[in-house]
Design a protein around this ligand. Structure first.
Ligand code: NDP
Length: 329
């Protein structure tokens, strides 16, 4: 049996938390032979602690063979001590009448503190995925507050956007999802993102030869980019199981490598495609067997994708300006 991996999850009692924990413990996230030591960070109030106790009772009742240890924590440093994977889901939801700026600021405080704690106590090769929105900027804040960790430790979840794009294209072409390769989604996890099929192959045929440009522009892109809102409207609650599933995919591939297959991850930019260095931006990436994420380079971008990328850079710059008070000099 392998040594257990230390995993910390925040927001464990929320919708996504409830959908993800059982799959982490069943081996879906790190592999069917990889035991986990789970630390669950909740807020320090009676309601959160009681809800977490209930979730932990259920986890215990599953008798997962891979669950080597499980702890509840309310203290950040205890929660992140030696952790090798941090799944940051807990965040302040957007309340009625709340402006985007208030949401950014409320979450900035959370991710600033979490970044500092990770900086002090997490394993030096920790893999952090931020799910809580606005996830790109939250990940950037945590990274900036963790100067002794390599920026490559930080990422944000855009795999859900990739998965949505794959399913839309599969449905349109009548081909299975597994026949599609090289899907791209660029930018911010917001309706501004750019799903892009320019390099995509469907059963080794170019997607651009199978679907027309008008469909890409007026149906595919808006459907993917606004899917979160459509789910809230239909379900009366935001996407949860699909977000949990995408987070599993993201961490599984980061840990196990992708053997050349493209996956979409929001990672600190290395300056590729004109994205400012350090900005946490969705790119097509590959992951080596050692877990090194590499942005796919030198793709030829169409003019509309270039314009879309520029819009995402501007949006993320504005988000960064709004949280400047939380970034150390
Ligand atoms: P829920 O509201 O169901 O749960 C969020 C959890 O966060 C709560 O259970 C709570 O956990 C914690 N929390 C709430 N307020 C605060 C606060 N002020 N400070 C710290 N923790 C807090 O949300 P979901 O699980 O549905 O979604 C979680 C996040 O994921 C949201 O930000 C959502 O927008 C985002 N999301 C991201 C997606 C992506 O693709 N990147 C897709 C879908 C959602 P506790 O009480 O235990 O501390």
């Amino acid at each position: 049996m392998k040594e257990p991996i230390r995993v910390t999850v925040t927001g464990p009692t929320g919708q996504i938390g409830y959908a993800i924990l059982f799959r982490i413990c069943s081996g879906a996230m790190f592999g069917a032979d990889q035991p986990v030591k789970l630390t669950l960070l909740s807020r320090d109030n009676e309601k959160s602690k009681a809800a977490l106790k209930g979730v932990m009772m259920e986890l215990s009742d599953c008798a997962f063979p891979l669950l080597a240890e499980m702890r509840a924590e309310t203290d950040l440093r205890e929660a992140f001590r030696d952790c090798e994977a941090a799944i940051l889901i807990g965040s302040r939801p957007r309340g009625p009448g709340m402006e985007r700026a208030d949401l950014l600021e409320g979450n900035a405080a959370i991710f600033c503190e979490q970044g500092r704690a990770l900086n002090e106590v997490a394993a030096r090769n920790v893999k952090v995925v931020v799910v809580g929105n606005p996830c790109n900027t939250n990940a950037w804040i945590a990274m900036k507050n963790a100067p002794s960790l390599d920026p490559s430790c930080f990422s944000a979840l855009m795999r859900l956007d990739e998965n949505r794009a794959l399913s839309q294209l599969a449905e349109k072409t009548g081909m299975p999802v597994c026949s599609i390769q090289k899907m791209a989604v660029w930018g911010n996890h917001s309706p501004t993102m750019v799903p892009d099929v320019t390099a995509t192959l469907v059963a080794d045929k170019k997607a651009v030869d199978l679907v027309d440009g008008e469909w890409v522009k007026s149906e595919f892109r808006p459907t993917v980019a606004k899917r979160g809102g459509a789910i809230i409207k239909a379900r009366g609650a935001s996407s949860a199981a699909s977000a949990a599933s995408a987070t599993i995919d993201h961490m599984y591939d980061w840990t196990n490598g992708t053997d050349g297959r493209w996956v979409i991850m929001a990672v600190p930019s290395d300056g590729s495609y004109g994205v400012p260095e350090g900005m946490v931006f969705g790119f097509p990436c590959t992951v080596t067997a050692e877990g090194k994420v590499e942005i796919v380079k030198d793709l030829e971008l169409t003019d509309d994708v270039k314009v879309g990328i520029a819009k995402n850079i501007e949006e993320l710059k504005k988000e960064q300006e709004a949280v400047a008070a939380f970034i150390p000099n």
